[in-house]
Design a protein around this ligand. Sequence first.
Ligand SMILES: NC(=O)c1ccc[n+]([C@@H]2O[C@H](COP(=O)([O-])OP(=O)(O)OC[C@H]3O[C@@H](n4cnc5c(N)ncnc54)[C@H](OP(=O)(O)O)[C@@H]3O)[C@@H](O)[C@H]2O)c1
Length: 163
Amino acid sequence: MPKLLHLIVACAENRVIGNGGKLPWRIPEDFAFFERSTAGQICVLGRVCYETWPRAALDGRHPIVISRNRSLARPGVTVTGTLIDALEIAETLPGDIHICGGQRIYEETLTLARPMRLHLTLVHADVAGDTFFPEWRHLPWRQLSRRESADGNFRYTFFEMET
Ligand SMILES: NC(=O)c1ccc[n+]([C@@H]2O[C@H](COP(=O)([O-])OP(=O)(O)OC[C@H]3O[C@@H](n4cnc5c(N)ncnc54)[C@H](OP(=O)(O)O)[C@@H]3O)[C@@H](O)[C@H]2O)c1
């Protein structure tokens, strides 16, 4: 049995997740949730996500970076050219597999016929951006939990759902 794939994402109502290589918001509660959820786990992520997340290889995380640039590899950081190769390597490592984006990696993951759990922070706003989470609402998710929260700028809901 292959491991469950955990997709973790914060997404606006208009599916924006990023802008100019950065997050389009600063939501400390959500970022703390993201870092706490991925600590000690395998993180499959694209090169831009890896390069812009200073703690990607800290707190016991094992990043598997998808990139043509193999020179990013170092002890505790694996680099591979495709999502499929990344998932094969992830099966051999200890820990849960967290799919951390960006756009193409989420898109390809959602086409796989594998059990998945989606950790979605839905930010209740339409925001400007250039990077998107694929449409997920039509997939047959079963909701496991839901928690509303807010800060001074945004209202958001933490969802956990599974296929
Ligand atoms: N809100 C959230 O939860 C969230 C989560 C993740 C990311 N983001 C945001 O999204 C943006 C980054 O995502 P992004 O989509 O622009 O970039 P990305 O996926 O992090 O990185 C893109 C690069 O990764 C490699 N790559 C990605 N997918 C690949 C695939 N399927 N096959 C082969 N190589 C692949 C390529 O690297 P090479 O060019 O080196 O070959 C590509 O140029 C940022 O703005 C970030 O803040 C937000």
